[in-house]
Write a protein that binds this ligand. Structure first.
Ligand code: ATR
Length: 288
């Protein structure tokens, strides 16, 4: 396995050229490809900050010693991804109401000497809808994993009155519906009634084995619908392409990704990255 520059091995911290006040990074396992370093490094550069953002693969059994070192090094801020979004919580001093409500932290930051946890996935999910001034009267979330939780929390915050979740495994949709006090729809019936917003949080359409698939039939889109996909690779999934061809408005996962990252950056630095510039930079990096 190729280790990135600066990583935690379980037996020690191996970092190259870190400045103590400006050391940020993302933890996850396996980390795979992440665009967070591209986004945040660009942000630090824009503001002329002496900071560095690193991809840190941290295995589940390395999380406790890693979080100890976050305090002692110290590390200035973290992005947190699967499988640590829940398990990181006991290592923090304060959890925001939002993060507590969905039971997941994707951002760790310092408030003085208090180590805090926040969830900016919800902000990231909602921001593109705010930008469109669009509050749907009804919304259906496809899938029942962590991303579905952020989507449901965001849609509730927006004040969507008719809200439901559907999932291939019904029991998981039922559990999520109960937790968020929303309706549950059987996966087989998901296209039986009209929804103003449909949000895909499943891997259907993601590059790789599922790329050719869509969770929605092309002929069931109506032009007053908004299709939201949290997948950003490819930028336009089959779901979004067929929605666009049917005249629907669409929101891509890249918009959500950029906005959750901007909210992280603001918590760490107090600075607002330019959203359009950040998205343009990521698009350039994706096209390589
Ligand atoms: P995340 O935390 O990123 O949301 P996840 O927890 O792995 O990811 O959730 C993925 C969701 O996509 C799950 O709801 C999963 O359904 P199951 O609960 O039945 O596993 C759903 N999913 C994955 N592959 C799918 C497929 N081929 N068809 C439909 N749903 C699928």
């Amino acid at each position: 396995m190729v280790r990135p520059e600066g990583w935690f091995s379980g037996t020690g911290w191996r970092a190259v050229g870190m400045t103590m006040n400006g050391s940020y990074g993302i933890i996850g396992w396996p980390l795979g490809h992440t665009m967070s370093p591209t986004l945040h490094s660009w942000g630090f550069e824009q503001f002329g900050m002496d900071a560095r953002y690193t991809a840190w693969p941290v295995a589940p059994d390395e999380l406790a010693p890693f979080m100890e070192r976050v305090r002692t090094q110290p590390v200035a801020g973290l992005s947190v991804t699967i499988p640590h979004k829940q398990t990181v919580m006991p290592f923090l001093d304060r959890i925001s109401d939002r993060a507590a409500r969905i039971g997941a932290v994707n951002t760790v930051y310092w408030d003085g000497d208090v180590l805090c946890g926040e969830n900016t996935d919800i902000t990231g999910f909602v921001a593109p809808l705010h930008a469109l001034s669009f509050v749907p009267a009804s919304a259906l979330v496809l899938g029942a994993g962590g991303a579905a939780r952020a989507a449901l929390a965001g849609l509730k915050e927006l004040g969507v009155t008719r809200l439901a979740v559907t999932n291939r495994t019904l029991a998981k949709a039922e559990a999520l519906a109960a937790a968020f006090a929303v309706d549950c729809v059987a996966w087989e019936s998901r296209m039986d009634s009209g929804w103003q917003l449909v949000c895909n949080t499943t891997p259907l359409g993601m590059s790789g084995a599922e790329e050719a698939r869509s969770p929605w039939d092309a002929q069931v889109f109506s032009s007053d619908m908004l299709a939201y996909d949290i997948v950003y690779n490819p930028l336009e999934t089959r779901f979004l392409r067929e929605a666009r061809e049917a005249g629907c408005r669409t929101v891509s996962g890249l918009d959500m990704f950029v906005q959750q990252g901007l909210a992280q950056f603001a918590l760490w630095t107090g600075q607002s990255m330019d959203a359009a510039g950040a998205k343009g930079h990521l698009l350039g990096a994706l096209k390589g």
